[in-house]
Design a protein around this ligand. Structure first.
Ligand code: NAD
Length: 439
């Protein structure tokens, strides 16, 4: 069993630390955010992630998982230092590497024993080499025995523990095969394919994977918009496509588009890398443009249905960027709310987990405690995030409490026929309702 330090205790770092501890390793998770570490020491999770609290508490109890803000404490005798800090978008769409640099510099300043530096953060191609340079430069005259391994993370918020414990694959990239094999050993018990390649290829696999998934969503959204005009139902189209084994059903849900802490910044960063190196990423540009338009189309439909949005009360169900997480980074719901408010709408909203995170970024939105309070007195109801608890609402009650019974089902969650039969004006995404309204 190994001694592991995980730098950065966010969605990726905390899940990685807790899961490696659960596999029997001794793990110290480090963060510069003292209040986050203090809460973790008290057993309070800084994020909502199903199953996380249990696995953290269990491994803390067994003495395998520790939390600290002290680099020397976290790195003491560590055989592996996993970097899992944020890499947000910079001004031009490039990945901001300041936190990765801080982590690399801290390793250079503190460690005096052989160590494998494993980069789990999503970083531009070439960053592994750059991390090695940062460490070597800092250690000039007193070389450190270390290797850099890229180990991009593919977990999804909302199913992160399962994704970590049952990955489709683990990707490792390094110029030092021996170091990559040592990291592979940490994953051996998961019995999944482990691919070892070079540093830059591993870094690229992560960007290419995220960009491809975003492309699938933008593709089906484009098809949805065409379906709307031609009277086809995109849900059935996606089902028919997905049954083809060459295509598969995943990431073919038309809706408000992709958001979250990864796809937007990663597609942007990949496009930025491409431009910087003289290629023209026209597909990536289109994928981003379709995504931006998808939010606007919803607002246009509402404006058309209501005449004007000024002073109209719009209820929004769901704020997190997808169900089962409290993460609102680049959430489509926030962009829709922003557009609605720009046109003078008064927005009410509810989310099962993301209300605390939303409060500070949505000062004008009235946050309420139930979906029914969202509907009360509303001129239209928008479903922005398809949480399970929104699947089976009492639409009879909702119909009678709304000022105007207009539903914008921006995730195609509900049955249009049922809602229309109750008297609602129903809009979905790509459900052919402009030519062939059902019911
Ligand atoms: N969230 C996801 O679903 C996901 C999935 C795959 C990959 N990733 C990638 O993993 C990386 C981390 O993402 P996240 O969502 O976990 O980020 P996050 O913002 O949730 O967490 C990052 C943490 O790093 C800490 N930190 C910043 N600088 C530090 C430093 N110098 N030393 C120690 N801690 C420091 C922050 O305080 C924060 O707690 C990003 O590159 C992201 O693109 C994220």
């Amino acid at each position: 069993m190994s001694k592991i330090c995980v730098i950065g205790t966010g969605y990726v770092g905390l899940v990685t630390g807790a899961c490696f501890a659960d596999l029997g390793n001794t793990v110290t998770c480090l963060d510069v955010d003292a209040s986050r570490i203090e809460r973790l020491k008290q057993g309070i999770m800084p994020i909502y992630e199903p199953g996380l609290e249990q696995i953290v508490q269990q491994n803390v109890r067994h003495g395998r998982l520790h939390f600290t803000t002290s680099y020397p404490e976290a790195l003491k005798d560590a055989e592996f230092a996993f970097i899992a800090v944020g890499t947000p978008s910079g001004v031009d769409g490039e990945a901001d590497l300041q936190y990765v640099r801080q982590a690399a510099e801290a390793i250079a300043d503190i460690v005096d024993h052989p160590i494998v530096v494993v980069n789990k953060s999503t970083v531009p191609v070439g960053t592994g080499d750059w991390v090695a340079e940062v460490i070597n430069r800092r250690r000039a005259g007193k070389p450190l025995d270390f290797s850099v391994v890229s180990n991009p993370e593919f977990l999804r918020e909302g199913s992160a523990i399962n994704d970590f414990m049952m990955p489709d694959r683990v990707v490792l990239g390094s110029l030092d095969r021996n170091a990559a094999e040592k990291v592979a050993q940490l994953y051996q018990s998961l019995r999944c394919p482990i691919m070892i390649t070079d540093l830059r290829t591993a870094e690229m696999i992560k960007y290419a994977s995220n960009a491809f998934l975003a492309t699938r969503i933008s593709f089906i959204n484009e098809i949805a918009n065409i379906c709307e005009e031609l009277g086809a139902d995109v849900r059935e189209v996606a089902r028919g496509m997905g049954l083809d084994k060459r295509i598969g059903p995943a990431f073919l849900d038309a809706g408000l588009g992709w958001g979250g802490s990864c796809f937007p910044k990663d597609v942007k960063a990949l496009a930025h890398m491409a431009v910087l190196h003289g290629t023209h990423p026209q597909l990536l540009q289109a994928v981003m443009e379709i995504n931006r338009n998808q939010r606007r189309r919803v607002v246009v439909k509402l404006r058309k249905a209501l005449g004007s949005l000024d002073q109209k009360v719009i209820g929004v169900l769901g704020l997190s960027f997808k169900p089962n997480t409290d993460d609102i980074r680049e959430a489509p719901a926030l962009e829709v709310i922003h557009l609605l408010e720009n046109e003078g709408a008064l927005v009410k909203a509810y989310d099962p987990q993301a209300m605390d995170n939303a409060r500070s970024v949505l000062p004008r939105v009235q946050l309420v405690d139930t979906p029914y309070q969202v509907a009360e007195g509303a001129d239209a109801l928008v479903l922005a995030t398809e949480w399970n608890e929104f699947k089976q609402l009492d639409f009879d009650q909702i119909y009678h409490s709304m000022r105007q019974p207009i539903i914008m089902d921006a995730r195609n969650l509900w049955d249009p026929d049922k809602l229309r039969s109750l008297g609602f004006t129903y809009f979905g995404i790509g459900r052919g309702n402009s030519i062939h309204p059902k019911g």
